[in-house]
Design a protein around this ligand. Structure first.
Ligand code: SDX
Length: 380
């Protein structure tokens, strides 16, 4: 390829690096569809299990297909004793995202055929990782709190089973539904950084565990999935809703990034932020957390006045912070929640990559010197 043909796009902005049948995003209009179905319709009418089936099979399931898919998922909920022992060997003050990344990688050692990467093998491993990662999070959290491990309950949905394993009691319908909506809205989102990481790794025909591990590592970054924790830290620093405007204006004056705002693709409000805003308001009312919701709303109004012209709007992380807080999740479990959902998207992209693979190997524009003489160390 001649130099003239090479074009450099920093951060690969605007570069089409893969084709997908899963998420369609129109960043100008603020549209997100999973296999053509609007995210709002899925959030209001679907379930996380049905959404995963949709993403992996490119169509909605029949009732019997959904029943079989759900049965298969639930059959993998339980973490083996060896993995529980591994989790209990982690320092209790370890960051949950480091534990999750390490344990998903560790899962490969308890798979009898870890390197199999046919499409069918990738589907099976994806199902296993998706099903058991909630237990990894719940086991570590209860272990670090000095509480008994709560075994998975295969009679419960994905959302209800996670909250049950975490809290040791069956969640209410409302909390289960709220968590399910969070999982649906976070499941997939085109070629975001962590999904790209997964595709890059599997494109070498490495294994599914390595690909998902790489994606977890990417997601924890504060510019990506880690932003939801950053939003909560910001909300906790604002004493009352009346202080929100001055707090944000000071951040803007100091040229600080406001977590939960801005997006490489959306130049309108992220449709997921709208769904989660509605959910956050309802949950905040039900749980007596309206101050968090009102502070968020006040921040959004300031940012709309100051930054809408630059195309900076709330993204998925902005209202997910209040939502997770109202569900009762600890701050350092917010980004792990993003992992639980996005394993669906990462896996779907791993499968798509394997179905039509070509090794990812971009090029560089060399801007260094040429014809430089080697100088021996004595003469430097
Ligand atoms: C996710 O890609 C995906 O789809 C990701 C995701 C998914 O579902 O997988 O949607 C999930 O990661 C959402 C984004 C979560 N991250 C944050 O909320 C962190 C805060 N946001 C940013 O740092 C930023 O908006 C990014 C990283 C999300 C996008 O950055 P870009 O596209 O690289 O844009 P940029 O950093 O080049 O910024 C362009 C301009 C800059 O101003 P100038 O230097 O041109 O004057 O916009 C400004 C930036 O300073 N800007 C912000 C801002 N985001 C961008 N200014 C203040 N606050 C912000 N949040």
């Amino acid at each position: 390829m001649s130099t003239a043909e090479k074009t450099f796009s920093k951060g690969l902005e605007g570069v089409v690096a893969a084709q997908t049948e899963m998420s369609f995003i129109n960043g100008t209009e603020g549209i997100l569809e999973y296999v053509g179905i609007a995210i709002g319709d899925l959030a209001s009418q679907s379930s996380f299990e049905e959404t995963v089936f949709l993403l992996w099979n490119k169509r909605l399931p029949t009732a019997s297909e959904l029943e079989a898919f759900t049965k298969d998922l639930r059959s993998h909920y339980t973490l083996c004793d060896e993995m529980i022992t591994q989790i209990k060997s982690c320092p209790k003050d370890a960051e949950p995202m480091h534990v999750i990344r390490s344990m998903i990688s560790m899962l490969a050692m308890y798979d009898t055929d870890p390197n199999a990467n046919s499409v069918e093998a990738a589907r099976q491993k994806s199902m296993r990782i998706l099903a058991v990662t909630p237990a990894i999070v719940a086991v570590f959290d209860r272990y670090r709190r000095g509480l008994e491990i709560v075994p998975a309950d295969p009679s419960l949905s994905f959302a209800a089973n996670f909250l049950y394993m975490l809290n040791g009691e069956k969640p209410t319908e409302a909390m289960t539904r709220a968590f399910d909506i969070c999982m649906i809205t976070h499941a997939d989102h085109g070629l975001n950084n962590s999904t790209f990481a997964a595709r890059v790794v599997i494109s070498t025909l490495s294994d599914v565990y390595s690909a998902i591990t790489a994606a977890v590592g990417s997601l924890r970054g504060p510019l990506h999935g880690g932003a939801n924790e950053g939003v909560m830290k910001m909300l906790n620093q604002i004493p009352t809703v009346d202080d929100a405007e001055a707090f944000v204006m000071n951040m803007i004056k100091n040229k600080e990034r406001i977590m939960g705002f801005g997006h490489r693709v959306y130049k309108a409000k992220d449709p997921r932020a709208s769904e989660l805003m509605t959910l956050a308001k309802q949950l905040a009312e039900d749980t007596g957390n309206m101050d968090f919701y009102n502070k968020s709303n006040a921040i959004e109004k300031v940012m709309e006045r100051e930054y809408a012209a630059k195309g900076i709007y709330p993204n998925v992380d902005f209202y997910s912070a209040t939502t997770y807080h109202c569900i009762g999740l600890k701050l350092d479990l917010f980004t792990p929640m993003f992992v639980l959902a996005r394993i669906a998207g990462w896996s779907g992209h791993v499968i798509e990559q394997l179905e039509d693979n070509r090794l990812f190997r971009p090029t560089t524009d060399y801007v260094g010197p040429h014809d430089v003489a080697y100088v021996s160390i004595d003469n430097r």
